[in-house]
Every structure is written in structure tokens, then in C-alpha cells.
Design a binder for this molecule. Structure first.
Ligand code: FMN
Length: 197
């Protein structure tokens, strides 16, 4: 399996990077090929007025000189797109959200997407200081996004960050991350069900 892994945290060595590294190391041990980037290293133009219509007809002049063509090539080369995000107010980080907004670039006039058939997986991290699990909300949003684009939702994992008032990542989170990495590398979803024909 070929992974395109995108870390959406400005903290290159933070909580999201740490959990993702565990997942990807396990995936690589099972033969996965991994292209890993930090989204903060790329220029991505915000969507503009009438963007959706322009995107359907591949009119990207307003985004000239940004890095979306390169990022789209990386997505096209992958079987699985793995997003890693710190939870910012129950959602993706803003920069990663802008990247996902720009996935509209891949939609065609018949509403098919060039991302059709690819797997989508999520690693998210948070403080855990919420009355509800913020990562669960994001997982629902990404599951629906995958469905709209004809992608295969593979599942999401999360952990909390170590703070004076939180328990932080522990061995259990690391076992789950490694297990998910192994499953993804073998074309399975979080449940261990085969996804790719
Ligand atoms: C702007 C901002 C918003 C945040 N919103 C939430 C939140 O809604 N829920 C939560 O549990 N943690 C929230 N956090 C905490 C981060 O999600 C958490 O510290 C995360 O693990 C940081 O990941 P990183 O080390 O990869 O950057 C927020 C942090 C920032 C900076």
C-alpha cells in the first residue's frame, strides 16, 4: 500500500506527529511505502468566490503558483491518504482544513472525484478536556467527506496530549496506532476488514 500522510500541526514534533510516527513505522514494517509531509511546508490558496464552479471546470488561475498541483500528484500516487491533525475547536487544524477544502479541485462536472476509490484515514490528537470526545466529531465529518468523494473511510484513532491536567498518550494508544498501521498496510480498515479489491 502507498500512503500519503499529511501532518496538519504547526508543531512538527508534537503529539500528532508522535502518534502518526508509531502508526507509519508499523505500516512500513508490513511493507507500506510512505510519503510524509507537513502541510505547513506548502502554499495552499484559500477558496475564492465561485470556487466550486471554477473547480468543476478545472479553472485554477486564481491559485496559480500554489502547491496544490504537487499535493494532488501525491494524492493521485497514493492508495491511502492519512490525515494527522491536532483538534482545533472540534475540527481539523485551519491549514489542514484549507487543504481539504481544496479537495473540491478533484471533483469533475459529473460530480465524480479523482479521489474515488482511495482510502481515507485519520489520526487526531486533543487535550481530552471536553465533555465529549472532539475526535469523534471530526471522524464523522471525515467519514462523510470520504463518502461524498467516493473514497473508502478506513477509520480514525486519537489520543490526548500530556498536560498537567490530562493523562496523555499511553501504551494503549500506541498499541492501537501500531495495530491500525499494520491493518492499513494490508489494505484493511480499522476493523480489520479488507477494503481494497
Ligand atoms: C487553536 C487551538 C484549538 C484547540 N482546540 C481544542 C479542542 O477543541 N479540543 C481539545 O481537546 N483540544 C484542543 N486543542 C488542543 C490540541 O488539540 C492538542 O494540544 C493537540 O494534541 C496538539 O497537537 P500537536 O502537538 O500535534 O500540535 C486546541 C489547541 C489549539 C492551539
Amino acid at each position: 500500500m502507498k500512503f500519503f500522510a499529511v501532518n496538519g500541526s504547526p508543531n512538527r514534533d508534537g503529539n500528532s506527529a508522535a502518534l502518526t510516527r508509531i502508526l507509519l513505522d508499523a505500516a512500513k514494517a508490513k511493507g507500506a511505502q510512505v510519503d510524509y509531509v507537513n502541510i505547513y511546508d506548502y502554499r495552499i490558496t484559500d477558496v475564492w468566490e465561485n470556487y466550486f464552479g471554477d473547480a468543476l471546470y478545472k479553472k485554477f488561475e486564481k491559485a496559480e503558483n500554489d502547491d496544490m498541483p504537487l499535493l494532488k500528484d501525491k494524492m493521485a500516487a497514493a492508495d491511502i491518504i492519512l490525515l494527522a491533525s491536532p483538534i482545533y475547536w472540534y475540527q481539523l487544524s485551519g491549514k489542514l482544513k484549507t487543504f481539504v477544502d481544496r479537495w473540491t479541485d478533484t471533483i469533475n462536472p459529473d460530480f465524480s472525484s479523482d479521489l474515488r476509490g482511495k482510502g481515507l484515514a485519520l489520526v487526531s490528537t486533543h487535550t481530552g478536556v471536553n465533555a465529549i470526545n472532539a475526535s469523534n466529531i471530526l471522524q464523522l465529518a471525515m467519514d462523510s467527506t470520504a463518502e461524498f468523494l467516493g473514497m473508502q473511510w478506513l477509520g480514525g484513532i486519537d489520543c490526548s496530549s500530556k498536560m498537567p491536567f490530562t493523562s496523555g498518550r499511553n501504551n494503549g494508544h500506541e498499541i492501537i496506532a501500531a495495530d491500525f498501521g499494520e491493518k492499513l498496510a494490508q489494505g484493511q480498515n480499522l476493523l480489520g476488514a479488507p477494503v481494497f479489491g
